[in-house]
Design a protein around this ligand. Structure first.
Ligand SMILES: O=c1ccn([C@H]2C[C@H](O)[C@@H](COP(=O)(O)O)O2)c(=O)[nH]1
Length: 497
């Protein structure tokens, strides 16, 4: 603290997310929620606030925010902005207000860790290593208010700034924080294909793949993430009313989804402090309704390979906060409509399930509109997402580990043995192993291999059908070796026996 004339100048020191904050030298911390922090800062002088920062998630953000506040006891006012639909959906601002109003109790977090749980209908946690007395002191020392709009927030912050400076409520407090670096298995970095019947099932496989083989890298947001580049997820059979597992292990539920779908399907006017919505980019941003364009395009030319919608604006390079979802493409093959979406950057743990369900709703909307307006009664084809940076942030690593532990084995055990690459029938004829390759389902013969050396044969098969599933190739290798042994000892060979 330094004294300059009558004015008291404070300096906010952040240990967590230091580069994500706007610093001032007043006594009010401004939590903007999902409203862009610059939209508030531009109406204020630095002397009027201590710090301005966004808060997206109750489970991920509040703990770090509280740690920063404990380090800055000169903060005596807290203004929480709860202005947008996104804030209501995420519940972070509400949960933070509940911390100050209702306090905490010792309990287990969603990952089963002993934590301080905020007394709120929205789950929010604070590390148990933080002294309860410090938390209680903070709760009572800071005057907290909520604002429902930018103008209301600015007015309140300015009125706090009129008040004479107050002494800090104590000395800065710091509490230890434990971090565990995950073990990363070797694997391909670029280009991954993951398929599942439902979004829920595909999600578990995606999380497993990134968590086990993703590269650990710094994020642009003062932290780390684990990343794979160009991860293609193919969801084949998501039902029309969406599959939510029971108990629901997804990070979203049906009521969140209803709100979220409108962010993709419906236009929304530009509002100060709100970055963009996908609906706005699709419906009006470029002066065209691109969803309508695509419906018209396919009705006019059902085989078109140009049913494209774009969300990236070349001007996006000039400003921060560009859309993550960039390109959507629809295609009709065999009377089924597939949708492929490219996302430049994708938080696969927290955002992908909502992104995928929202896109599935868009695919369904386009299918239904085409059916209503033309003679094409298309089936729903797969939903394909191509996530270019497919990442999991470090603050959800423990949730990801827990998901893998609880769900991955069960999902793998449900694998059916039908490989889209086809079937291979193995026999012995005239002292040779003979392998016949047939199509899945109809069983048409599409290839034949013969020889005595099992390793040579499996290599030939894998080279000719590189999309063969790894478990299928391993099974064939074993069967071929059994057949080779039978030839050696002159015994009959029967596949699978
Ligand atoms: O629909 C969305 C919107 C955002 N994000 C994630 C991707 C990034 O982790 C972060 C956005 O950061 P930038 O790439 O814009 O810095 O949010 C998604 O996964 N899906």
């Amino acid at each position: 603290m330094t004294h300059t004339g009558h004015a008291t100048q404070f300096r906010y020191a952040a240990q967590h997310k230091p580069n994500q904050l706007i610093y001032g030298n007043g006594q009010t911390a401004v939590i903007t929620g999902w409203t862009v922090k610059q939209a508030i800062a531009k109406h204020l002088q630095p002397s009027e606030y201590a710090v301005i920062g966004q808060l997206y998630s109750p489970t991920r953000g509040i703990n770090l925010l509280i740690r920063n506040l404990l380090l800055n006891p000169h903060v005596r006012y807290l203004l929480v902005i709860n202005a947008t639909k996104e804030d209501q959906n995420a519940g972070a601002s509400q949960c933070l207000l509940d911390f100050f109003r209702n306090g905490i109790e010792e309990n287990l977090s969603d990952t089963g860790r002993k934590s301080w749980v905020i007394r709120s209908t929205i789950p929010g946690y604070i590390d148990i290593d933080i002294d309860i007395n410090a938390l209680e002191k903070l709760r009572h020392a800071v005057e907290v208010e909520e604002a429902k709009s930018i103008s209301e927030a600015v007015e309140k912050i300015k009125s706090y700034a009129q008040k004479p400076a107050i002494a800090p409520w104590g000395i800065p407090l710091e509490f230890p924080m434990s971090t565990v670096e995950p073990t990363v298995l070797p694997g391909t970095r670029y280009g991954h294909r993951i398929e599942g019947k439902t979004i829920a099932e595909t999600w578990v496989k995606i999380i497993h793949r990134i968590k086990t083989t993703g590269t650990i890298r710094p994020t642009g947001y003062d932290g780390k993430w684990q990343e794979l580049i160009d991860l293609m997820a193919v969801v084949t059979d998501e039902p029309a009313d969406f599959y939510f597992p029971e108990p629901n292990y997804l990070p979203i539920d049906k009521s969140f989804l209803e709100e979220y779908i409108s962010q993709i399907l419906d236009d929304s006017p530009h509002r100060e402090g709100v970055k963009y919505t996908y609906g706005q980019r699709l419906r009006s941003w470029f002066g065209r309704d691109q969803i309508e364009q695509v419906i018209q395009k396919l009705i006019g030319e059902i085989d078109a390979a140009s049913a494209v919608m774009t969300l990236w604006d070349v001007k996006d390079h000039e400003k921060g906060g560009s859309p993550c979802l960039n390109h959507i493409w629809l295609r009709v093959v065999d009377n089924e409509l597939s949708l492929t979406a490219t996302l430049r950057s994708n938080d696969m743990f927290a955002a992908w399930p909502a992104n995928a369900m929202g896109l599935r709703a868009l695919q369904k909307h386009i299918r239904d509109e085409i059916a209503q307006r033309s003679e094409y009664d298309l089936k729903m084809g797969p939903l394909i997402t191509l996530s270019q940076s497919a990442h999991i942030y470090d603050d959800t690593w423990s949730n990801a580990e827990q998901l893998i532990q609880e769900q991955y084995a069960a999902i793998c055990s449900k694998l059916d043995y039908a490989d889209p690459a086809g079937n291979f029938l193995i026999e012995i004829a005239e002292g040779q192993i003979v392998v016949t390759h047939t199509t899945p389902g109809s069983g048409e013969i599409v290839g034949c291999y013969s020889g005595k050396n099992a390793l040579k044969l499996i290599r030939e098969i894998c080279a000719a059908s590189p999309a063969i599933r790894p478990d299928h190739a391993a099974y064939l290798g074993m069967e071929l070796q059994k057949a080779a042994n039978c030839i050696k000892i002159d015994k009959p060979y029967v596949q699978d026996q």
